[in-house]
Write a protein that binds this ligand. Sequence first.
Ligand code: GTP
Ligand code: MG
Length: 216
Amino acid sequence: MTLPFPLAPEPDAAQREAGRMMFAAGAEFLKGVVAMDGMPPDDRLEVCFAGRSNVGKSSLINALTGRKNLARASNTPGRTQEINFFTLGTARYLVDLPGYGFAEAPVKVVERWQRLLKAYLSGRVTLRRAFVLIDTRHGIMKADEEILALLDRAAVTFQVVMTKADKVKTSEHDKVLAQVRAALSKHPAAYPEIVLTSAEKGDGIETLRAIIAGLV
Ligand SMILES: Nc1nc2c(ncn2[C@@H]2O[C@H](COP(=O)(O)OP(=O)(O)OP(=O)(O)O)[C@@H](O)[C@H]2O)c(=O)[nH]1
Ligand SMILES: [Mg+2]
């Protein structure tokens, strides 16, 4: 019997090369958006990165693009408060979403983000996949459930990307993966494979590049 929500298989040579090529085209910051009318034209496929504040969204984008400071990776939770668009050659937009679930943010600010997030996730026609980042130390938490439900309702396919795998002993990975699998089984929009990554060590980065390049 195969596990539900297995880890994504290693890309084959052709897939790996497609990923490498697409990311070799170079990534650039395009703009930070605070309202739907500020979005760039929907003229290419895009993927977004969602996750709790501090889960490692910006670090993952930096690792994928090989650009250390492209998406500001900060130690201050909630620093990235805009929807940040990056171009990948002319083939893709990579979109860094505002982190959610940190306690200190004023209610008004949280409400504004939620409205924007909702509008973006349900209204962006070229959004092909949402990567939902989950900290390997914590698994899926209450704050994540809200966005997973939002993605279900918007019928946006989402794929879980485990982050900071280097911070958890390999022998402990299965335990957290079991928790994630159980949670995902309740979400119809969940893509059936999980990617385990470390922006720090590079684990899973080629796989994720290949996945992004392979979207049609
Ligand atoms: N050890 C380790 N640390 C990581 C990894 N990825 C991110 N971090 C650290 O986690 C912290 C938060 O990372 P960010 O990339 O800024 O997280 P974020 O999700 O963009 O945070 P916000 O923009 O505030 O929502 C930083 O101190 C990173 O250096 C990883 O793979 N391994
Ligand atoms: Mg960030």
